[in-house]
Write a protein that binds this ligand. Structure first.
Ligand SMILES: [Zn+2]
Length: 73
């Protein structure tokens, strides 16, 4: 009764060990910060060429990772 249940439980636990679905780390978000040099509006986009507000050209803003800073600690 109890012994049988324990045995089944052990078997189930042992069988579960390699049964987990592989978890992959979430891919880095490819979005980049863009800042309009004219009006200062900041956009987050994968690709942006011109400001939606004033149509001036925007420039990519390097984030802390690109700058090599370690702000995550
Ligand atoms: Zn602008």
């Amino acid at each position: 009764m109890t012994l049988l249940s324990l045995d089944r439980l052990k078997t189930a636990l042992a069988g579960n060990d390699s049964d987990g679905a592989p978890e992959k780390a979430a891919p880095q978000n490819p979005a980049t910060l863009y800042e309009c040099a004219s009006c200062g509006t900041v956009y987050i986009a994968e690709e942006k060429q011109s400001c939606s507000e004033c149509e001036a050209s925007v420039r990519a803003v390097p984030n802390e990772h690109d700058l090599g800073l370690d702000l995550g600690r």
